[in-house]
Design a protein around this ligand. Structure first.
Ligand code: SF4
Ligand code: SF4
Length: 179
């Protein structure tokens, strides 16, 4: 199988610089509103703050993959003497908790790195984080073509799960007509 280039997007998180302002949640939810910037609701954001001011805990966490079943146990981290709540670092949209779910429909939310056409210079949560707790990097990696195809399969499957195959096919047909 041939090697292909893959762009890897990374948001680096410096928890020491996060002050818990929640601007990242605000802009993410506004950007992803169905009429862009029409609504601000952090519950719809794809980044959420674990925020415990009394314990000086401010931890931005990005929404990752959906999971249909919760873990058999729980993780509890202590870092630099700070104890984090159970599941604090977990990125999953999981049945055991309310974060990373669309509040009205319950559908899972996942960070899409603010994919736009034309592309943005950097994700909006990074741009709006005035404390520089979030920084953005891009790099290229050489991977097997098979890996890229597998990623496409996974992405398509999640769209089918979310919207149904018929709706997806209709949507692609509309896109092809526009081109
Ligand atoms: S990168 Fe974009 S989609 Fe992801 S959390 Fe930040 S603002 Fe939201
Ligand atoms: S915008 Fe930056 S400083 Fe504010 S809560 Fe988000 S990560 Fe923390």
């Amino acid at each position: 199988m041939a090697k292909v280039k893959k762009k890897v997007k990374v948001i680096k998180i410096d928890t020491d610089k996060c002050n818990g302002c929640r601007s990242c949640e605000v802009i993410c939810s506004a950007f992803h509103a169905s009429d862009k910037y029409s609504i601000v609701n952090p519950a719809r954001a794809r980044i959420r703050l674990v925020r415990e001011p009394l314990n000086d805990v401010y931890l931005p966490v990005y929404a990752g993959e959906y999971t249909g079943a919760e873990c058999m146990g729980r993780d509890k981290y202590t870092v630099d003497g700070k104890e984090y709540e159970e599941c604090a670092f977990c990125r999953a949209s999981c049945p055991s908790r309310d974060v990373f779910k669309e509040p009205d429909s319950g559908l899972p939310l996942k960070c899409d790195m603010c994919e736009e056409d034309p592309p943005l210079d950097e994700p909006l949560c990074v741009k709006w984080c005035l404390s520089d707790a979030l920084t953005y990097e891009e790099r290229e990696e050489e991977v097997e073509e098979e890996e890229v195809l597998e990623e496409m399969d996974t992405g398509l499957k999640s769209l089918v799960d979310k919207y149904g195959l018929d709706n997806l096919v209709d949507s692609m047909a509309r896109m092809l007509k526009k081109d």
